[in-house]
Design a protein. Structure first.
Length: 127
């Protein structure tokens, strides 16, 4: 089955929507938003690398999530001001948390497994 950037883009947008909704609904735990952030990063990387192996995409996505999280330890004035904006808050986050690292890890693993299962299913169906 040919992988489509459009399909990944739609999944990317749906994940953003779910992530925003998860922050607006009070009974949903905060870690769900971090989990979905990692899934969104996975699909974003997939948009740019649709034909790379899923494991490579997962590892690169995880590295990207970890780098963004560890960047939160950097507290220069310019980046603090950037984090006060809507873009900065959603993309760069507010503060380093080990629980975010755990949520990112599970988010990437789940996105990877779902993609592998979905592709196997669709490949068997088209054969």
């Amino acid at each position: 089955m040919k992988k489509s950037r459009i399909q990944y883009f739609v999944l990317f947008l749906c994940t953003i929507l779910l992530g925003i909704l998860s922050r607006k609904i009070s009974f949903i735990p905060l870690w769900i938003g971090d989990f979905l952030y990692a899934v969104m990063i996975y699909f974003l990387v997939r948009i740019f690398l649709p034909n790379k192996k899923a494991l490579i995409v997962a590892l690169f996505s995880l590295l990207l999530c970890y780098c963004i999280e560890f960047l939160q330890l950097y507290q220069a004035e310019w980046i603090i001001e950037l984090r006060k904006t809507l873009f900065g808050r959603y993309v760069l986050g507010q503060g380093f948390l080990w629980s975010d690292i755990l949520a990112y890890t599970f988010g990437i693993i789940i996105a990877f497994l779902i993609e592998k299962k979905a592709l196997n299913y669709l490949n068997q169906k088209s054969a």
